[in-house]
Write a protein that binds this ligand. Structure first.
Ligand SMILES: [Fe+2]
Length: 282
């Protein structure tokens, strides 16, 4: 089984997958082809989809067990596998306004960060609200040999609490409870991450959740992280996804980081995300 894809940009890491209706069960051979494609491209875009919550969850489960987010007030009632990124909330979920508007990799603060995320667009503002993606394979490849040597074997500390309290959202966002905090202790991950499925190396740090470098003085660690982040955010490595209603974007958290862009919050924006569990980064 092959799937039909077409390039979305001149960059190599994003393709549109054509001729698949995600509201229907997808054959095992197609799932295998999609798995191969996500390893090859990092970002798969499916346009013009019309799926309900059960179908979104069923499609996502083809790629692994699903993550349940620590902050339960964002989860759809009856569908804890779905986090509602909705600026007006949905069925009582806490509204998220301009969430994720900083470079990050979803849930990199866990010991086993999610392999992938599948974001489905239901309501979008007329302008803005794009999602920027950075190709961390390309960012790693483009580092000079001296920097590659310098970061080989280094581990970075990732955490959620500092970012969560920074987000604030005008006081609307509560602090993490003791129970939630216990779920997200700081963890360390290699700065150079290898995808075990294809052997490719990616830079694995992000502005959102990476706090420092293990065993390195604070100033030196900050300077190195800032340099790596600035490098990865160069336009050469970035794809901007301009959402249409009915887009489902499946990205590989092992090899891309992303950032939401601002929009006029007088307009509704509502997206649903499922998140596929992953392995301990190597
Ligand atoms: Fe995100």
């Amino acid at each position: 089984m092959t799937i039909s894809t077409k390039p979305m940009t001149t960059t190599q890491f994003v393709v549109e997958v054509e001729d698949i209706d995600l509201s229907k069960p997808v054959a095992g051979t197609t799932v295998a082809a999609l798995r191969k494609a996500i390893n090859r491209y990092s970002i798969l875009v499916f346009r013009d989809q019309s799926i309900d919550n059960d179908q979104h969850i069923a499609f996502s489960r083809n790629f692994g067990d699903l993550e349940i987010h620590t902050v339960k007030q964002y989860l759809l009632p009856d569908y804890p596998e779905i986090i509602a990124l909705a600026n007006r909330g949905e069925n009582g979920t806490t509204p998220i306004e301009n969430g994720g508007a900083y470079w990050h990799t979803d849930i990199s603060y866990k010991a086993k960060p999610p392999m992938g995320s599948l974001l489905f667009s239901l309501e979008i503002p007329p302008e803005g609200g794009d999602t920027l993606f950075a190709d961390m394979y390309a960012a790693y490849d483009a580092l000079d040999d001296e920097m590659k040597d310098r970061i080989a074997g280094l581990r970075a500390v990732h955490g959620y609490e500092a970012r969560f309290s920074k987000m604030g959202e005008g006081g609307k966002r509560p602090q993490l409870t003791a129970e939630q905090l216990a779920e997200v202790p700081e963890v360390t991950h290699p700065i150079v991450r290898t995808n075990p499925e294809n052997g490719q190396k990616a830079l694995f740090v992000n502005e959102g959740f990476t706090l420092g470098i293990e065993g390195m003085a604070k100033d030196e660690s900050r300077a190195l992280l800032d340099a790596l982040n600035a490098h990865a955010m160069k336009p050469d490595f970035i794809y901007a996804h301009h959402w249409r209603v009915g887009d489902l974007v499946f990205w590989d958290n092992r090899s891309v980081m992303h950032c939401a862009t601002a929009y006029d919050t007088n307009y509704a924006r509502r997206m649903h995300r499922t998140t596929i569990q992953g392995d301990i980064p190597i």
